[in-house]
Ligand binder design. Structure first.
Ligand code: KG4
Ligand code: ZN
Length: 358
């Protein structure tokens, strides 16, 4: 089955072609990376440069740019995979959550293409794409595992027992980790998206020169709260005096902020492993690219005799491969049927629980 994936939920246009394995039994002896099939091609256009001037994503500009990009990227993935569009069996598209206008572009084009090619569509929950993306790696984790999903819009700990089997263990009560990175970076005068910039600046910080709180570290549950941390960073700036803050102060604040986030994410992830009795932690979402977080989670899981899996950096942030793959996995698991339909809708707000099978 050849699945075309289309992702347009925010500021990245991602397309991919995934060829699912003929039948799970037939490929049991295949190398691990081909257990579920093979990614034939993927292409991505990031709008970061366009939104940078505004300090954040401008929804209307995002939608218009998706319109310009989807079809050229489709031509690109078809050429790379040496396939014709008539060979596509199913079109998978992100239906939500995300920006309504941006979602409408990808979902609209997916349905238009499907109608023209007389092919069915499967709609995908963006977070399920992130959750399953680690399985695209050369060394995919086995189910079950604890997933730490840390993106620009979400911070969640989940128990993942299989495709469609996701149980929420804890989540952020306010800002997501990525959002807190971005807001604090803005405060320090860094450009959008600030997460990677702040991480770079933190490398020049002096350890323990500034202390920031670890919100909800001892809350006894697996929930998070990061909005206070951003305020604490602001207070640190004010204490020095906005006019006096030098580059070294900024680096010190960046390091203190990153340390605090990493401490909380790592501690709660380990507690989730303890509570579930599982030995595998899988990290997904953009903040999963953070080097300090990766190093800390490796160390902390090793101490417990557990393992941590990270998706390749290219699958951490938004992409079409994770959407094509999630579509293939849901169809292979028999959870959904792809449908031929002339009507469609988007779900800017969409609870992951509604795509769970239990
Ligand atoms: O998963 P993603 O691409 O988009 C959403 O679905 O939200 O995540 C984007 C988020 C942004 O907030 C960005 O600043 C953050 O991931 N991010 C990082 C790093 N790389 C991306 N945060 C900290 N350190 C990084 N290296
Ligand atoms: Zn995302």
């Amino acid at each position: 089955m050849l699945v075309l994936g289309i992702e347009t939920s925010c500021d990245e246009t991602g397309l991919a072609l995934y060829q699912s394995a003929p039948a799970p039994e037939a490929v049991q002896d295949a190398p691990a990376q081909y257990r579920y099939g093979q990614l034939l091609a993927h292409a991505l256009h990031s709008q970061i440069d366009m939104h940078q001037a505004y300090g954040g994503v401008v929804p209307e500009l995002a939608s218009r740019d998706h319109i310009r990009r989807v079809l050229p990227l489709l031509t690109q993935v078809l050429a790379e995979a040496q396939r014709d569009k008539s060979e596509i069996d199913v079109i998978a598209c992100t239906q939500g959550p995300g920006l309504a206008g941006a979602l409408l572009v990808g979902t609209g084009i997916a349905h238009g293409l499907a109608f023209a090619l007389d092919k069915p569509v499967i709609t995908i929950h963006h977070l399920e794409g992130h959750l399953l993306s680690p399985l695209l790696s050369d060394d995919p984790p086995e189910f079950p595992f604890v997933a730490l999903l840390v993106s620009g819009g979400h911070t969640q700990l989940m128990r993942v027992d299989g495709v469609g089997q996701y149980a929420m263990l804890g989540e952020t009560l306010d800002d997501a980790a990525g959002e807190a990175f971005d807001k604090t970076a803005k405060l320090l005068g860094l450009s959008y998206p600030g997460g990677p910039e702040l991480a770079r600046l933190a490398e020049f910080g002096t350890a323990a020169s500034i202390q920031l709180p670890r919100p909800m570290l001892h809350s006894g549950d697996l929930d998070f709260s990061f909005s206070g941390l951003k305020t604490a960073a602001l207070t640190a700036v004010k204490k020095i005096g906005s006019a006096n803050v030098c580059e070294q102060d900024k680096a010190n604040i960046a390091l203190a902020f990153q340390d605090a986030i990493v401490d909380v994410l790592a501690a709660k992830s380990i507690t989730a492993l303890k509570q579930t009795g599982l030995k595998r932690l899988v990290v997904a979402g953009g903040v999963g690219a953070n080097r300090a977080l990766r190093a800390r989670l490796k160390e902390a899981t090793a101490k417990r005799g557990a393992r941590v899996h990270f998706p390749e950096l290219q699958w951490c942030t938004d992409n079409g491969a994770m959407i094509a793959f999630a579509g293939a996995m849901r169809l292979m698991a028999g959870i959904d049927q792809a449908v031929k339909t002339e009507s469609f809708s988007v779900k800017p707000r969409w609870d992951l629980a509604s795509v769970c099978t239990k």
